[in-house]
Design a protein around this ligand. Structure first.
Ligand code: SF4
Length: 288
């Protein structure tokens, strides 16, 4: 259990003041509806904010409530998700909407049990929808709390413990938004902008590059993802296709294997020659 003194309190006050002037006005920060917050958090898990903003608006126009999402066939959800990547997130969000039966819980333990919602997402949804002083840490929070108070990026466990000691009762949502914004805009992974940082004074890592070496993703995994993305995009546009169509359009030897993989994951359905997003009304498989 961490205990911090004046330095940590000074850090907290400076950060919240800075957020008041420089915080990002993101659309999911204007609501306390747990469903809308969950949609934003799931989208942000693996997609950059700039791409999430327009997709979030489109998704909520199509599925404005948890019930609307639960009622929709998975194929429609995947069409709306197209372009965001990692479609398993959409599948899990859809499953969570169905399991929640019209009412999303707002406590961490119950949220954590829903598919695709890990400890971080459960904490964020609970905090942002109710204002509860729940401790959680994404990569930005780990970096900021760790650099300021430990002199290096914190592990998730360390960051959650520090966060639990510092999260202000009654201002928990702003606190976490402020940490995320500082990590996204000033205390970035490489070349943090210490000269423009509002918490320069109390920070133990100021002026040093305290970021851990980042591991490059395996090229194989990256290109599998590219081909999976291309398959999903084509099916979202055409509704259905055959294997030869997909092979012609993508020109990659992995197409058949990845169609089978996507089918096993429940992200597309294969009936005879026809390959389609799940639950979409039957359309002739495009051969062009
Ligand atoms: S002083 Fe530098 S390392 Fe410390 S929080 Fe600010 S940007 Fe990050």
């Amino acid at each position: 259990m961490y205990t911090f003194g004046i330095r940590a309190r000074g850090f907290r006050a400076r950060l919240l003041r800075w957020y008041g002037r420089h915080g990002r006005a993101l659309p999911w920060r204007r609501t306390r509806d747990p469903y809308r917050i969950l949609v934003s958090e799931v989208m942000l898990q693996q997609t950059q904010v700039a791409r999430v903003v327009p997709a979030y608006g489109r998704f909520l126009r199509r599925f404005p409530t948890l019930r609307a999402l639960a009622r929709a066939p998975l194929g429609h959800v995947l069409v709306q998700w197209s372009g965001l990547g990692y479609p398993r997130r959409a599948r899990d969000l859809h499953r969570a909407a169905r399991l929640a039966r019209g009412r999303l819980p707002t406590d961490v333990a119950a949220l954590d049990e829903l598919p695709g919602i890990g400890t971080y997402t459960a904490g964020a949804v609970a905090c942002f929808s109710t204002g509860a002083p729940v401790a959680f840490a994404d990569t930005n929070i780990r970096r900021v709390l760790g650099r300021v108070l430990l002199g290096r990026t914190a592990t998730e466990r360390e960051a959650v413990e520090i966060d639990a000691a510092l999260v202000p009762r009654g201002d928990a949502a702003r606190w976490h938004h402020a940490l995320m914004d500082l990590g996204a805009t000033v205390c970035v992974t490489r070349a943090p902008r210490c000269d423009a940082c509002p918490v320069f004074e109390p920070c133990l890592a100021k002026g040093t590059d305290a970021s851990p070496a980042t591991r490059r993703q395996a090229a194989f995994a990256t290109s599998d993802r590219r081909v999976r993305g291309a398959i999903m995009r084509i099916l979202a546009e055409r509704r259905a296709a055959t294997l030869p169509t997909l092979r012609n359009a993508i020109a990659d030897h992995r197409v058949a294997r990845l169609v089978a993989q996507l089918s096993e994951e429940g992200l597309l359905s294969v009936r005879g020659e026809r390959i389609a997003l799940p639950g979409l009304r039957r359309a002739r498989a495009s051969r062009s």
